[in-house]
Design a protein around this ligand. Structure first.
Ligand code: ADP
Length: 258
């Protein structure tokens, strides 16, 4: 059994023209860990996700995932390696059903063409039954009452249920690393609270899933993370438990404004 980190950034750097969005950022993520990636606006959190998921090439530095270098891998290669992401703004297709939205995340179908699968699913009955069961089981673990409403359009659902569907879509390909970008955005306090319980449940169900969460709600970060990495102007300024980073003078100065 290996004890090396699941994910490692080494001196990861990204420049956009004259702007250094990430400046020799090094960090690691352990297997099964929930890591908070925090920092003020413009500190490089989204850029970190964008480099990790192959949206932008790095200017310098490396990304290693499960022992393999994946710096500048394509989004598809990253996805196939087992890294999936949810976005701050919902990327659900509101007119499509719960089932169809989740199926979009099922990488095992990609080689056959996503839209072909959506259109021709009746001619692949056995395959459809298996994927339906997979999607339904996933939905049932989050929202029992939605498991019997798999063909309802997601546009009819409240925000918390949409977020859950997005997480189901991310989880349907059985990823090793889940990246959550501001999961509390657009939700009430109670909904956020419920979603945090969901995320902790997902982790408790195990399979070694690791999670990186970008979130500005510090209550969320305090409650669900094992460790936090703090960025400021693209540089890592702290790495430790929430209590440790929250009491760090440089973090307070840069981020908490106290
Ligand atoms: P955060 O997610 O922490 O708010 P970002 O990673 O979005 O921060 O941004 C870090 C810095 O990089 C900011 O100064 C931002 O303006 C800049 N930046 C991010 N993406 C681009 C881009 N595509 N083109 C130019 N500058 C960018």
């Amino acid at each position: 059994m290996t004890t090396s980190p699941l994910l490692e950034f080494t001196d990861l750097t990204k420049r956009f023209g004259g702007v250094t969005a990430l400046d020799a950022f090094s960090m690691h993520l352990d297997r099964g860990e929930i890591l908070g990636l925090i920092g003020p606006n413009g500190s490089g959190k989204t850029t970190s996700f964008n480099l990790l998921t192959g949206i932008y090439p790095a200017t310098a530095g490396t990304i290693r995932f499960d022992g393999q270098e994946i710096t500048n891998a394509s989004p598809r290669q990253v996805y196939e390696a087992g890294i999936v992401r949810t976005f701050q703004r919902s990327r659900l297709c509101l007119e499509l059903s719960i089932y169809d939205n989740i199926m979009i995340g099922d990488t095992s179908r990609l080689s056959q063409g996503l839209w072909a699968n959506l259109v021709k699913r009746n001619s692949f009955r056995a395959e459809f039954d298996a994927s339906f069961q997979k999607a339904r089981d996933l939905v049932a673990t989050f929202s029992g009452h939605l498991a019997d409403r798999m063909f309802e359009p997601v546009g009819t659902l409240p925000m918390i249920e949409r977020r859950r569907i997005e997480i189901c879509r991310a989880l349907v390909s059985a990823p090793r690393l889940l990246l959550l970008d501001e999961p509390s955005a657009g939700m009430t306090h109670d909904e956020t609270d419920q979603l945090m319980r969901d995320i902790l449940d997902v982790r408790a169900r195990g399979n070694g899933l690791s999670i990186i969460i970008v979130e500005h709600e510090m209550g969320v970060i305090e409650r669900i993370t094992d460790r936090c990495v703090v960025l400021s102007y693209g540089r890592k300024i702290a790495d430790g438990t929430y209590a440790e980073v929250a009491s760090d003078a440089e973090v307070q100065n840069a981020y908490l404004g106290v």
